[in-house]
Ligand binder design. Sequence first.
Ligand code: MN
Length: 632
Amino acid sequence: MQLKELLKKIKEYNPKADLDLISKAYDYADEFHKDVKRLSGELFIQHPLNTAYILAQLKLDIPSIAAALLHDVVEDSNVSIEKIKQNFGEEIANLVDGVTKISKLKYQDQEQRNNESIRKMLLASTKDIRVIIIKLADKLHNMRTIKYLPEEKRKKISQETLDIYAPLAYRLGIASIKWELEDLAFKQLQPEIYQKIKEKFGKKRIYREIEIRRLKSMIEKELKKHDIQAKVLGRPKHFYSIYKKMITKHRTFDEIHDLIALRIITDTVKDCYEILGIIHSLWTPIPGEFNDYIAMSKSNLYQSLHTAVIAFNQPVEFQIRTQEMDNIAEEGIAAHWKYKGVSGDKDFDKKLSWLKQVLQSQQESEDTKDFIDILKVDLFEDEIYVFTPKGDIISLPKGSCSIDFAYAVHTNVGDKCTGAVVNGRIVPLRCELKNGDIINILTSKNAFPRRDWLKIVKTTLAKTRIRKGLRLQKKIPLNIIKKNPIEKEIIGKEDYVIIKKQPNAKIKLSKCCSPIPGDKIVASLIKSRTYSIHKIECPYEAKKPRLKVEWNENINTNINIKIIAYDRVGLFADIFNTISSTGTNLKNAKAKSIGNDMAECSVTFLSENTDHIKDIISRIRKLQGVRKIYLD
Ligand code: MN
C-alpha cells in the first residue's frame, strides 16, 4: 500500500480533510520506522499505513487516522508523547498515548497480560472511545498478517481476538471488523474445520448464486408493483458464524439454514415494514425467526428487521433496513463521526451507556480475572427488552431479574428495592423477567442490597453496585460497634428479674447482649449474691454455671430505653407518637445523630407492668429503620 491510496480514500468521504496533516504524520512515522521490517519482509510503515486505511474505510476523522499512522512510534522508538504533542497537538497525542498504553504490557506473563491490557485499553478509552477503534484496526491488520508468526503465538493471539476484540467490535456495532476478526481467528484455531467449511461453501456457490438471482428478480418485481425503491443484495455469510451455528444448533453443514441470505436496503422505516409484508405474502415465514430490531434496537445500535421464509423448498434469510441503519450496522460507533461530532450529542452518549457500564465495573472491580469473566458474559448474552411503567424500554441480558432492572433504572432504585410488580402482579425479586414485561419496583428507604442478590443478578452493573452497597453497609455496623463498644460493665436493675430462692439477690442486666423483657434469659453469679442477666443465646460467660430465670411480671417503675435506628425524617416523632398512643406517661425523650445515617433515641416512661414494656418495645420495633432496642 502507498500513502496516496490512503489520501484518496479519505478524500472520498471528507473532501475538505487536512491531507497535509496526514502526510506529515506518515513522514514522521516513516522516519522513525525507517530501517525496520516486519516478519513478512515488508517495511514496518506498512502496518501503521494499513491500520490507518482500515479507519479510513470506516470514515473516521482526521485525528484518528493521524494517530493510527503514529500509533507504534512511541512504543517502538524512543519518541516521547511530549514530542508528538509538540508536532501534532494534544488531541492526536492523547490518542497515540491511549493506544500505546494498551500495547505496552505486551511483555508480561500471559494471564496478567491479557487482563491488564484490556483494563488499560478500556481505561484509556474512558477519555476517548476512538482509542478502542484504532486498537481494533491495529488488531485487524495484525490478524491479517498473522501467518508469519510461530504457531503457538498465533493460537494465543487468535484466542484473545475471539474472546475479547471481536466481541468488543460487535458491541461497538462495527460488524465489518467483527466478522473479519472472527474468521481470521477461526482459521488459526480450527484450521481443518475452517478449510472444510470453506470447501463446501465454495462447492455450493454456483447453485446459491442461481437461487439468489431467482429470488431477487421475484422480489424486485413485487417492489415495482408497490412502487417501493430498494436495493436487493445477496449477503456474504461468514465461516465462523456458520461454524457457531453448527455447534450451537447441533447441525451439520448441510443442515445450516440460512446459507441463502438476502439484504434489502430501502429509504424509510415505513418501507421496511411494507417490504416485510411483501416477503411474508410471497413465501411462508418460519415461526420464531422474525425479529424486529427497528422498534427494539440492540444496545450496540444495530437496527434491522430479520425474518426467514421457506422459498422453493428451502429456508431463506432476510435482513431489511434503511441505508443509515445499514451504515451503522457495518460501521457502528465509527459511523457517528460521519454524521455528527463526538461531543454534545446526547443520543450518542446514551448509546455508549453499555461501554460506560463496563468501564465503571472494571474500575470498581478488585479482581481482574473477575472482570474478564464479567466482560465475556456480558458480551455474549442474548438480550431481552422490558418496560418501565412509563413505557421506557430497557434492554437486559436474558435471565435478568427485577434487581437487574432496578439497577438499570437507577442505583438508588436498586439499592432500595424490596419487591417488584410485574405486569400488575407482585412477584419475588428473583423472578426471571421475560420480553415485554412491565416492571414497577417497590422501594423502601431503609432497604439495603443483600449478599445473596449477587447469585441472582445477571448484569455487570447490578453486581458492581451490590458489592459497593455491601461494602458501605459493612462500614456502618463497624462504626456503630466502635461507638457502642460491648461493655462488660453491667447495670443494676434489682427488681426486673426474679431469682427463685434468692429473694435478696442483686441483678445486673449485662450490656453485651442487652436483654429486654420478652427475651429468654439466664443468670450467672458474678459475686456473692450478685447475678448478671444474659440472653439465653449470649455466648459471654456461657461457661459459668447459669440459672434459668424469669422476668418479674410486675415491673412498675421508670423505664429508660434506647433505640438505635437509621436516621430519617419523622423517626423521633414516630417513636414519640407510638408511645403516647398507648396512653403511656412519657417522662423524657431525646434523640441524637450518631453518624453514618444512624440515630440514637432515649425515652423514659413509667411502666405499669412488664407486659406494658413488652408492648411498647414490640411497637417501636415495628417502626421503619429501627435496628436495636435495649434497656438503659
Ligand atoms: Mn500496531
